[in-house]
Design a protein around this ligand. Sequence first.
Ligand code: NAD
Length: 481
Amino acid sequence: MTRIQNYIDGQFFDSDDGLSLEIIDPSSAEKIGTFPDSAQKEIDAAVKSATKAFEHWSTSGPEYRSKWLFSLADAIESKLTEFAIAESRDSGKPLSVAKMVDIPRAVANFRFFAGAILHDQSEAYVDRPSVLNYTLRQPLGVVGCISPWNLPLYLFSWKIAPALAAGNCVIGKPSEVTPLTAHMLAETCVEIGFPRGVLNIVHGTGPRAGAALVAHPDVKAISFTGGTATGRLISRVASESLKKVSLELGGKNPTIIFEDADLEVASTTAVKAAFSNQGQICLCGSRILIQASVYDQVKAKLIEKTKALTVGDPLESATDMGAIVSMAHFDKVLHHIELARKDGGHVLTGGVRLHVSGRCENGYFLAPTLIEGIPHTCSANQEEIFGPVATLIPFETESEAIQLANDTKYGLSASIWTQDLNQAHRVSSKLSSGIVWVNCWMHRDLRTPFGGVKESGVGREGGLYALRFFTEAKNVCIKMD
Ligand code: NAD
């Protein structure tokens, strides 16, 4: 049993009124700990502490901040297995994934921004010989970082690291569904003597702790990753105090397979794109668009590869897919599958709960599901299900593929499969999405802009984009004789 506490001003506290909530391991449905059900008072205390710490942190120089972020990265890495086990138990994801992806990526996020801040630069404009303009980039002050449950430490650190590197002090509000590794991060800060108040972590639900953070008048910016409906609400509240807001929201991403693609590699990657992390990645390719001439061939490959996935105990090394993150989310995904059936969808494989014996007999396991035959206007092709469900959609021509790909309210990412370079460029430029992969999926370079268009988000994360978000540009104009 882990008893999580808030991390404020370098110390651990329960919520002021002593209220707490349960942490459930979705692979066994067992209670594995508690965390504080925080609200306004805890956020106020964290903001006070961060405000006090800001003066020193923001003026201490990039080398100082970089050193601390590198230390944090090293300390997390030294406990990689512990962190990975916690992430797996908290979220239901395979331990192998947490070990290979989530925790190494959190380490990489801290290292990347620890390095990036040392190489940051700004602009200067020489007008006439006697006029010089230069731009200072100054930290905002106290900022809020709110993250979701699907890649808990990975996405939490993706926000915290640039905010701290740029000289801000942070109030982090991790998802209430998966609070374990954020708490371990706080413990790690204490172990390495990380400066007090620079990073504060307040646990609790969105409507209480999250809402108090967003509304707080002394919080200058909110970096949010989560659902589109929550993002819309946050944007509305933050606009009252004219906060800067970065929103990374949902997706309904197309994988587009043209007839000339390497169909074997395309199918293998399409299955990975659909079902990695139980389909619970904002970048998952949940609509697989296949050119009609190769539809049957690709469909057969997709079914075969999907059936070959091992769903089971996340702690076992042979497991490809673990549990769905919570009972509530499990019910939501099943509901979407039922809706797809009612809309005329034909379930090609999956569509049912799986029972895993032993330790996991009560866990929330779902068979990876492929569905075809649903009109594109139906919810399975329009709404983000955020589970192991993908639809197969045939198309005839390139222009039809683009029209279908763009025909949702989302626009986060897309993956195109073709050997025709001209087609790759043409289609990439016409897709309404923030990220396009050609003949690959989820290749990440941390310097590139990351984010979506339409209802998938506002703003970009990654490299300089994140450092710019967490700073204010100030122009200084000097007239010389
Ligand atoms: P969510 O919106 O329910 O919650 C996300 C976070 O927001 C949590 O920490 C939650 O406590 C907090 N929150 C909820 N209501 C709030 C409020 N009123 N004020 C302030 N904070 C509030 O999302 P989720 O279910 O945790 O995550 C799944 C969603 O996240 C999916 O839609 C997925 O696509 C999206 N996501 C997007 C990206 C991206 O980079 N675009 C990455 C990962 C996940």
